[in-house]
Design a protein around this ligand. Structure first.
Ligand SMILES: NC(=O)C1=CN([C@@H]2O[C@H](COP(=O)(O)OP(=O)(O)OC[C@H]3O[C@@H](n4cnc5c(N)ncnc54)[C@H](O)[C@@H]3O)[C@@H](O)[C@H]2O)C=CC1
Ligand SMILES: O=C(O)[C@H]1O[C@H](OP(=O)(O)OP(=O)(O)OC[C@H]2O[C@@H](n3ccc(=O)[nH]c3=O)[C@H](O)[C@@H]2O)[C@H](O)[C@@H](O)[C@@H]1O
Length: 471
């Protein structure tokens, strides 16, 4: 049997991955019709909004959607129709950490993947290639195949592929246009290899062939967890070193530069910070920890768990440094937090370090003002409410204010804390901010963003992650 020629793609899940990924496929493959379906009507409506008020903020995304939407790119809540018409289906639903039951706090919640898979089995009247796009534990494809085969109609065959996504938020479009690699995992059977070739030929429309890697199913699934775990491990390593720098007078920027110059290490992903956030690093490492424990590999589990523990330590350590520097108390003091997103160029706040910092400042009874250029105010309130379930929104709002500009947030503040590396914070008129703040005016740079020396000449007392006072 020759590989299927893909003409219609359905993507289940119109989120941060499904939306951008399949919008780019539509743009790069005008001969393929791409329908992205989701149960969340508000999200689908936003993707379809006449003025392109899309549900996620991602540089370059609007341009891609403008070019393809209505031509060969469609967004719909009609999941069944999308499944029925497609010859290849991406499953790009959320796989959060389980909140209860076996493996709570560690294992991936595969309920959404299972429900989507069951829907495919129930609706499909013809053979489909089903592609795991979501990040899943090793061997999830086997469970999907069991569900599909047990429920399929006669003459329907399902081939399962793993095609994990490596895009990073904020650079999603450039990552999708020019990926370091596209990874496709398949069973090494003739049918599995044919399915793999069908998907490979979709990417081959714009990705050079040497960047499309084809491997076994289980290797593909594990490679995704491994990639995120190793990236997060680099950040925890540099953050662990930042604590040593602060205690010794070494400078973490200089250390990272010197270490990264070794071509075996490389310069990327060595930026010390208040801690990594985002929806995936912590979730995927905990998933790896759970997998290791399930495989009776406790030492392996402990090794990866430490990456997450170091991240928690970094956030605690930074919060404490703020309190210590402000004469051991921030009770009743006004702290301006600049940035709420988990990184710059995204409106996503999932697992953002800012949430933990603000919670810690609230516990110390400080007054907190927050400014972020992209995150909607309602999202900030929702996150703060979730972080402190014992408090009502009214109680939180007695201590926390959200502002519409950095200047407003810093007005009469005792201290400014930079929690996200938004470019606009580097370009702020710091002289003006200084003149509006209580004195001495403290600034805590959790992102190595600003020119500390310059700010000191203005009069700020600057504390930077990974830099001690010792000269
Ligand atoms: N956010 C990121 O940057 C990256 C995420 N990933 C992985 O991709 C997967 C998706 O992540 P996100 O897009 O961030 O999640 P998301 O939460 O933004 O989007 C998932 C969407 O799936 C929809 N959905 C869930 N069950 C459904 C069903 N049965 N039928 C139709 N729609 C359904 C939800 O309504 C939601 O809109 C996760 O496994 C994640 O680990 C991988 C790489 C990057
Ligand atoms: O599976 C996923 O969800 C994705 O997770 C990360 O992407 P993302 O979380 O969007 O963003 P990153 O740029 O990796 O940043 C993650 C966190 O680490 C922090 N970070 C990053 C780099 C660094 O040097 N230092 C540092 O503190 C960022 O500020 C951010 O809070 C990976 O980079 C992607 O390859 C992967 O596809």
């Amino acid at each position: 049997m020759a590989p299927v020629k893909v003409r219609k793609i359905c993507c289940i899940g119109a989120g941060y991955v499904g939306g951008p990924t399949c919008a780019v496929i539509a743009l790069k493959c005008p001969h393929i019709t791409v329908t992205i379906v989701d149960l969340n009507k508000a999200r689908v409506d936003a993707w379809n909004s006449p003025d392109f008020d899309l549900p996620i903020y991602e540089p370059g995304l609007e341009d891609v959607v403008r070019q393809a939407r209505g031509k060969n790119l469609f967004f719909s809540t009609d999941v069944d129709k999308g499944i029925e018409e497609a010859d290849l289906i991406f499953v790009s639903v959320n796989t959060p950490t389980k909140k209860s039951g076996v493996g709570a706090g560690f294992a991936a919640d595969l309920n959404y993947v299972e429900l989507a898979t069951r829907r495919i089995a129930a609706v499909a009247n013809s053979s489909k290639i089903v592609v795991e796009k979501s990040t899943v534990p090793c061997r999830t494809a086997e469970s999907m195949r069991t569900i599909l085969e047990a429920n399929s109609k006669p003459n329907c065959r399902f081939d399962i592929l793993s095609n994990p996504e490596f895009l990073a938020e904020g650079t999603a479009i450039q990552d999708l246009f020019a990926p370091d690699r596209v990874l496709i995992g398949s069973l090494q059977t003739p049918e599995g290899k044919d399915a793999c070739e069908a998907l490979r030929s979709v990417y081959a429309n714009w990705v050079p062939s040497e960047r499309i890697l084809t491997v076994g199913l289980w290797s593909s699934e594990l490679s995704k967890l491994a990639a995120n775990a190793m990236l997060a491990q680099r950040i925890s390593s540099i953050n662990a070193l930042s604590a040593i720098c602060e205690a010794t007078g070494a400078n973490i920027d200089e250390v990272a530069y010197a270490v990264g110059k070794d071509s075996r290490v490389g310069p990327k992903f060595l930026r010390a910070s208040v801690g990594f956030g985002g929806s995936c690093f912590q979730k995927d490492i905990l998933n790896l920890v759970y997998l290791s424990e399930s495989l009776h590999l406790p030492e392996v589990a402990a090794y990866w768990r430490q990456v997450v523990e170091m991240n928690e330590y970094q956030k605690r350590r930074f919060s404490k440094r703020v309190v210590d520097t402000l004469f051991n108390t921030i009770t009743g003091k006004k702290i301006a937090v600049l940035g709420f997103a988990f990184k710059a160029d995204t409106g996503d706040t999932r697992e953002s370090a800012a949430i933990t910092l603000i919670k810690n400042f609230q516990a110390e009874k400080a007054f907190v003002t927050i400014y972020d250029p992209q995150v909607p105010h309602a999202q900030i309130w929702e996150d703060l409410k979730e972080a402190s379930p014992h408090l009502t929104l009214e109680q939180i709002q007695k201590q926390v204010t959200i502002t519409s500009s950095a200047v407003e947030a810093c007005n009469k503040a005792e201290a400014v804390v930079i929690a996200t590396e938004w470019k606009e914070f580097r370009e702020i008129d710091w002289q003006d901010i200084h003149s509006r703040m209580s004195k001495p005016a403290f600034l805590f740079d959790g992102r190595l963003l600003v020119d500390a020396e310059k700010l000191r000449t203005i009069g700020f007392k600057v504390t930077t992650i990974g830099r001690g006072e010792v000269l």
